[in-house]
Design a protein around this ligand. Structure first.
Ligand code: ACO
Length: 532
């Protein structure tokens, strides 16, 4: 097993070398992150399935204390990675909520995520091909047990606190229930629930259906292209549509209204509004086949604005080319909202009186985010993790002996009162908790955090005012930092005496890799593809 101790750098790619391998490839998503990758000889899932040579990607900051009990576990959400700096950067640093001079901070990438831990984009050692759609389903309990194994290898004796938002909040709630009694001393679940709601399950289903309905999905075997395994081959249109729908659930109606209103992009200077056709230029973000466009009416063009035709398919080479256009040399041009010249492909003399489709800022935002997502995430992984979320339900105890909830009775019937009582039992086993909700969160509503607080014996509840809906847990840095830091100082005072790493040493060691390298990447100017 590989471990980097207090350093945060090491190999981030995984190439199959097992006997019997017919091909090898590198997980391109894992390579985006500077992290450690441990390989466990095998791991048995809650379902009973066992996988061999299981990679687990993780990052650490800070150093273990002499008692090895100052571990702070951070859990990422659906599309996040082990790189906490990338999505909760402002919370990380001396005298902040995640203080690497006091805590040994650990974040593990979850099973099914493309960012390094075993997933659809990992090579199956049996045949050297990506697991793809044959990647076995996993549970949040599995993630906890997998990361627990890594922590034990790193020498951690107990965890001071676990913190996480959204799916990370679910993981946070599962940590104390799936580890030995007393191993986790405190938890801070944010914007999360005790069990995935019907509303969330439904959104997940709608998003998966978007992916399934993309002809490039190919039942999940889309990496197998005529040119060999291509880990960038994707049902991109379906995945982008899924991301667009998801992003809407992460915000609120009010935040979209105040941010975009009915604006159409005049204020946007530097960014191509995704989905606007740029023909004859260097960038084509909505690549309807030009020859097809030219032979259609302007009404057709207006109707199909934003539609990604087969020309955007990674398998377009297998389709017959369209006939040459009779109007190819006679297109009109208009000024794009961002100031560039856009050829909209309308033949001159045709379509008088037909208004060009406006691209509202709200639309271009979604199209841009959809495109961006497909360059950094994998569709099979998205399916895997949304299915994992659907199974989240604390009223189901762990099947593994040694964990806290193992002794709870197994719930078999879908009887409401039986489930309620099982849930109450599970929550009564949780350690002291700071539960944080976002006032305008329509996905994981404050009522769900109230439910957690009502059943956890030593719980404090904070609902943060924010217009940003569920995304508030990634945007309200100042409030979250203040609440988490303050609560930990009260609940875990023994970690706030002498620092494990003296400040001077920490500052001097910034070049040595253990210090936080980035302040924040959440400004609009940032273009880090590993961002959420
Ligand atoms: C169960 C679970 O775990 S679900 C939780 C999953 N959560 C997520 O996946 C988080 C989703 N949210 C995000 O990714 C958000 O972008 C956040 C929270 C990370 C950051 O939010 P913000 O800082 O408000 O950034 P925002 O969403 O506005 O995105 C900014 C980008 O959109 C671009 N943009 C903004 N408006 C427009 C527009 N009208 N047209 C085109 N692009 C636009 C910006 O230029 C910027 O581009 P860049 O990232 O390349 O610099």
């Amino acid at each position: 097993m590989h471990s980097n101790g207090s350093s945060s750098s090491s190999s981030s790619s995984f190439t199959t070398t097992s006997p019997g391998t017919t091909s090898s490839f590198t997980n391109p998503f894992s390579a985006l992150i500077d992290q450690s990758v441990a390989t466990l000889p095998q791991f048995t899932f809650e379902s009973g399935v066992t996988l061999k040579d299981v990679p687990v990607a993780y990052k650490t900051w800070g150093r273990l204390n002499a008692r090895a009990d100052n571990c702070l576990v951070i859990c990422h959400a659906l599309t996040g990675s082990a790189d906490v700096e990338d999505w909760w950067g402002p919370l990380l640093g001396p005298n902040r909520a995640f203080d690497p001079t006091r805590f040994f901070i650990f974040c593990g990438n979850v099973i099914g995520s493309p960012y390094g831990t075993v997933s659809s984009v990992t090579a199956n050692p049996a045949n050297g091909k990506p697991y793809g759609p044959e990647m076995p389903g996993s549970s949040i309990k599995d993630d906890v047990r997998l990361h627990f194994t890594v922590l034990q290898q790193l020498g951690v004796k107990s965890i001071a606190a676990v913190v996480g938002g959204s799916m990370g909040g679910m993981t946070c709630l599962e940590w104390p229930l799936n580890t030995p009694p007393g191993f986790v001393r405190a938890i801070v679940p944010l914007a999360t629930s005790a069990r995935h709601s019907a509303w969330c399950i439904s959104w997940g289903e709608a998003q998966r259906q978007s992916i399934y309905s993309d002809p490039d999905y190919l039942d999940g075997y889309y990496y197998d292209t005529p040119h060999g395994i291509d880990m960038h081959a994707q049902p991109s249109r379906g995945l982008a549509a899924a991301r667009m729908a998801a992003l809407l659930t992460y915000r609120s109606r009010d935040s979209f209204e105040s941010r975009f209103g009915r604006k159409t992009g005049e204020g946007r200077k530097n960014k191509q509004a995704a989905g606007v056709r740029v023909m004859g230029g260097t960038e084509t973000t909505n690549p309807l086949d030009p020859s097809e466009i030219d032979i259609r009416s302007p009404h057709w063009k207006q109707h199909n604005d934003g539609h990604r035709s087969w020309a955007n398919s990674s398998r377009q080479g297998s389709r017959a080319p369209s006939p040459p256009s009779p109007h190819a040399s006679k297109r009109n041009s208009v000024d794009a909202p961002n100031g560039s010249n856009i050829d909209i492909g309308i033949p001159s003399g045709i379509g008088a009186g037909v208004r060009q489709p406006k691209v509202f800022n709200a639309q271009s935002y979604l199209r841009y985010q959809g495109d961006k997502f497909t360059s950094r995430f994998d569709a099979n992984c998205y399916i895997h993790i949304t299915r994992k979320l659907d199974q989240h339900d604390l009223s189901h105890p762990s099947v593994f002996p040694g964990s806290v909830s193992h002794s709870l009775p197994t719930v078999t019937a879908e009887d409401d009162s039986e489930l309620e009582s099982a849930l109450h039992h599970a929550l009564s086993l949780e350690p002291p908790a700071l539960i944080i909700g976002i006032e305008s969160d329509g996905l994981f509503q404050p009522s769900e955090q109230r439910e957690l607080a009502a059943h956890i014996p030593d719980a404090e509840l904070v609902i943060i005012p924010s217009p940003d809906g569920h995304d508030g847990f990634l945007l309200e840095f100042e409030a979250i930092n203040g609440w988490v830091d303050g609560w930990m100082r009260r609940k875990l005072p023994e970690f706030f005496g002498e620092r494990v790493i003296p400040l001077e040493e920490y500052e001097a060691g910034e070049q040595d890799g253990f210090a936080v390298k980035k302040e924040s990447v959440f400004g609009e100017a940032e273009a880090d593809v590993t961002r959420w």
